[in-house]
Design a binder for this molecule. Structure first.
Ligand code: NAI
Ligand code: MG
Length: 399
């Protein structure tokens, strides 16, 4: 059989460190694949004026599947100042390569599972009846529309005349903003399309069905944002009625959902939302299960490209440590999502069980799990290094 090829995109800072650990675990668990490393991130911006070179896009196009660490983004003036002198003043302008990847491959479906591990000292606890302490098990999977909404970049400050005229044609705009000088206006548009909205809803329902979740919760705000959230709610009801009558459809507003987060997080299963509210909801739920050291994600496109990555960034302040201290679990979990996608059930279950055992046993913990401040000394003070945590997970794999 031809070996599978995975495009490995280390990126910047701790991205490269955690990616290497995930590959170690995949190899140790017997996942049979080759890795082709792709260039992405700050180094390539500085050297070439492009943090996402065409050769990297071609590589992903060829193999359709990538494991990605994290990249560093900086504001445009800083970015320009760090460009190689030979490239300065030549019109290069920085834009985030991860956003670039999402747009280029139209990775419109983002999946972010937030499942608590038993024994994780970072698990959310709350007060129960009679002043008891409860630790509700959280098992939520957030489906975030990844390409539209407020993140589409269709926005203006001091909008051009044709845009301003169009805005004026709306009675609410005339009434509430008609007297504001145009150069004092900033407008960001919230665009939802029927196609992309249907795709994220279908993905959420399919997943709920496949993995036995009883409900899908639409987390938007259709009572106020009537056109975009309203479209999503209408389509959700149709899809549920026509294709998934056995799954309950719930409707929560993002603001209320954030309050219920700490009241009854165990009551939610699959949550689906547009880009902005999906981003908020997934960070909120990630906080209940241990935060960025545990938050993994997958992104899919209609034409079969899939990218798996931890939610965290490149954490530059920890990137230069002689011995890395960051938690590799978010990245290893992202690799597990890749195994799920490839149908490698046994290998995936083996890795997840190994992670669960390490956490439940509680002997090996990274600094975040010990609630320490991230400094090199944490290792002398009993925290496990990134490599040590990975070694422990590997040691728990069943041969
Ligand atoms: P960050 O996620 O890199 O780090 C924030 C803080 O979270 C860290 O200082 C650390 O305390 C903690 N943290 C992150 N990963 C951890 C891990 N694996 N284990 C333990 N603790 C961890 O976010 P920040 O500092 O806002 O951004 C740093 C850079 O990363 C920026 O340039 C930003 O643009 C970029 N970024 C890239 C992302 C991506 O590649 N998808 C996503 C988010 C930020
Ligand atoms: Mg975010």
């Amino acid at each position: 059989m031809v070996k599978r090829t995975i495009v490995a995109l280390p990126g910047d800072g701790i991205g490269a460190i955690v990616l290497e650990q995930a590959v170690r675990v995949l190899n140790a668990a017997g996942f049979d694949a080759e890795y082709e490393y792709g260039d992405i991130g700050w180094e390539f911006w500085k050297k070439e004026g492009n943090p996402l070179p065409q050769r990297t896009i071609d590589l992903i196009e060829k193999h359709k599947i990538a494991l990605f660490g994290a990249i560093t983004s900086k504001p445009n003036d800083e970015a320009k100042a760090e460009l190689d002198p030979s490239l300065q003043g030549k019109g290069f302008s920085y834009s985030s390569p991860i956003v670039g990847l999402r747009q280029y491959f139209n990775l419109d479906i983002c999946v972010r599972p937030c499942k608590s591990y038993k024994g994780n000292p970072l698990n959310f606890i709350r007060r129960g009846k009679g002043n008891t302490i409860e630790e509700p098990p959280v098992d939520v999977v957030i489906f975030r529309q990844n390409t539209e909404c407020l993140y589409s970049g269709v926005e203006w400050t001091n909008p051009p005349e044709n845009v301003y005229k169009a805005l004026l044609s709306h009675p609410k705009f005339r009434e509430n903003f008609g007297n504001v000088p145009v150069d004092e206006l900033s407008v960001s548009t919230r665009i939802f399309t029927r196609k992309a909205t249907t795709r994220i809803l279908m993905a959420a329902f399919d997943y709920a069905k496949k993995y036995g979740y009883k409900s899908v919760t639409l987390c938007e705000k259709p009572n106020v944002i009537r056109e975009t959230s309203g479209l999503m709610w209408k389509l959700a009801k149709e899809i549920q009625k026509n294709s998934f009558p056995e799954i309950r459809l719930l409707n929560t507003n993002i603001d209320a959902q954030m309050m219920w987060l700490t009241k009854n997080p165990e009551d939610y299963g699959v949550i689906v939302a547009g880009n902005m509210f999906g981003d908020i909801a997934s960070d909120g739920f990630a906080g209940l299960i241990g935060g960025l050291g545990f938050a993994c994600s997958a992104q899919f496109s209609e034409r079969g490209v899939a990218v798996f990555e931890p939610t965290h960034g490149s954490a530059p302040k920890y990137a230069g440590f002689k011995e890395s201290i960051v938690n590799p679990i978010a990245m290893i979990e992202s690799a597990c999502m890749m195994l799920d996608y490839l149908g490698e059930k046994k290998i995936c279950a083996n890795i997840r069980r190994a992670i669960a055992e390490v956490i439940e046993e509680g002997k090996v913990k990274t600094y975040d799990m010990m609630k320490m401040q991230g400094k090199p000394e944490v290792i002398q003070n009993g925290a496990a290094s990134t490599v040590r945590m990975t070694d422990e997970i590997i040691a728990k794999l069943k041969k």
